[in-house]
Ligand binder design. Sequence first.
Ligand code: LLP
Length: 463
Amino acid sequence: MSRSAHPAGPRHADVLPEGHYTPPPADLNALDPRVWSRTVSRDADGVVTVGGLDVKQLADDFGTPAYILDEDDFRARCRAWLGAFGEGADVFYAGKAFLSRAVVRWLHEEGVNLDVCSGGELATALAAGMPAERIALHGNNKSTEEIERAMREGVGRIVLDSFQEIARVAHIAERLGTRQRVQIRVTVGVEAHTHEFIATAHEDQKFGIPLAGGQAAEAVRRVLKLEHLELVGIHSHIGSQIFDTSGFEVAAHRVVGLLKQVRDEHGVELPEIDLGGGLGIAYTPEDDPREPHEIAESLGEIVTRECASAGLAVPRISVEPGRAIVGPTAFTLYEVGTVKPLHGLRTYVSVDGGMSDNIRTALYDAEYSVALVSRRSDAGPMLARVVGKHCESGDIVVRDAFLPADLAPGDLIAVPATGAYCRSMASNYNHALRPPVVAVKDGEARVIVRRETEEDLLRLDVG
Ligand code: LLP
């Protein structure tokens, strides 16, 4: 997660404190297209609009905080992924990034498949009409009920994560009298350059079966012997928020190596490989993510080359982007409350949400940017920390960012790139009511996930 060492130079009246923050932009009113969704702009009055709607109106109609999701941007990113990988590949959206029935319908309409990793995600996918054969079930500890439901519904693949699960899935398939298509998730031993909590391909962690020591080869051996399992491929997911394609390349190389070993040992060419998700996005203008077509080209090239040298037919590739599809499509709209300047330090700007709607800053030290969106300001930059209203000093949304020095209670500010892992990881901490997700498109706004109410909270509290 990038972080520049020092600002270009103090532009605020106060001397800037120690810290790591990106320099104030030349124009605080500018909206950098690297971090804002594609229909975002500022109108003649200085108010930010998205999907043809102004944020003041959105705040009046739907309240704050709210996640505002740009449907055109979401659909365009689906098409970019499909276009980049082409006919010979499949794109599975990782539902954990953000899932709702509307999103499932958009994916279905655009031709994107869906990854789920829990019974709840599976239920949402099926409720919105995603054909079961286009769904993949993941997870390192799937319950018997989850596996059984997935199988009864006819999911296209179950990704096996352990030796115990191989036996369990085979047993359930036998009981149900079915033959289940499966992949084996392997850990390829790559150290992804990302936060330790979201790196998943080094060997010392809970996901997958290591290639090292021949364990993955042994898993293949076992699955091939089980008549109720149809082994269609090998799966690898190296981690999340990755900018560098080299980790994916090493993973592709090692997965093809296993395919070759399987062919040599069993005379079987597995027809699929899945290289997971994990492509990074820009949270601040300093982040420089790869485009889907760059990933597609480099993966396509390496898989083709490795297969040619191993004498294998090129398998069908699939990928599972979550963040890179939904992340940049949404921003969180907040109303500014208390503004507290701490002399010689920074100004604490409190908003009406916080770690309950965005835990990523507290959990991963994630960086975000922020802008004043309800008006234009000609005031100079002030170093701000955007904090929530929760009872924790770690309740930080944006650690260090510049906002106009005339920021005042009642202003609206927005944090871009909150489409992934914000609503899906939201909590009711302090009995906060989780914000709605409002989809905007062509001048129309539609609530796709409504705001929680106190009744919702009390309904679960059975007294
Ligand atoms: N495929 C598998 C098997 C995964 O486990 C994941 C993410 C993905 C695909 C999608 O990865 P993406 O393209 O979205 O990076 N809560 C963390 C991210 C956890 C990701 C877990 N697995 C965060 O907020 O950064």
